[in-house]
Design a protein around this ligand. Sequence first.
Ligand SMILES: [Zn+2]
Length: 269
Amino acid sequence: MNVVRKILRSGLLRIILLSFAASLASGCSVIQGGKLLAPESFGLEQVTPNIYVESGADEAMRSQLREATNRAENAIRMAYGSVNSHPVVYACITEHCFESFGGRTAIAKVYGDSILLSPRGLNWHFIAHEWSHAELRSRLTFSAWLHLPQWFDEGLAVAISEAPEHSEAYYQSMITSNIPHPTTEELHSLKSLREWLAAIHKYGDDKDAERRAKGEQETHILYAMAGHAVRPWLAKAGKDGLLTVIARLNAGEDFNPAWIDNDVAGGTQ
Ligand SMILES: [Zn+2]
């Protein structure tokens, strides 16, 4: 009963609607996150009102999560000029915990205003990545959000979060290694979540869990490539360019003119 009351208090209908919306457009995949509405009933403990961690985490880990969340929030503020969204971070210190909340191959996931971290994503980079998805969604109308290209949402998250796993150096090393990857034109065609996930499968990014199990190097080339496409644009267009794109999308414009007009870095080439 306690769980039921908590779920009802937390606004179940809103969560379901957000979850449905998230399932339409979240490239980092959606978690089966209903259990996160009652985290303490499923093995998590509260660190701060916005951070939960798997039971058994020591004080060093709790401190690390507090610092990582603060740094991620600063990264969101730097990129967007302010912070609209206030997601809650749920940190798993074991893969079993991550899988129990619906995780598997990803490093981290976002579900509405909930960020779920795997043991491989317990740092500011992956909190900021998922936070960027939540922040961008919070600033767009529902219609604009549905028309936001998946590759840009992911590339922006990669650029803001600066994860070494998706860095420019990593991207260049993958290209030098002749890892199969889409052309820039194909990347820009990945607008819907379905198209993004199809490309993830086509280029083998969904095999990273198997590679990890065998001790082989993971690829996540799609994320690295999306970051490569957006990073120079964000560096030059900055917060003002990003906010302009958001405003034009909210005004009902298509993405391409809004992006290309602000493409001071030539990132669409
Ligand atoms: Zn993402």
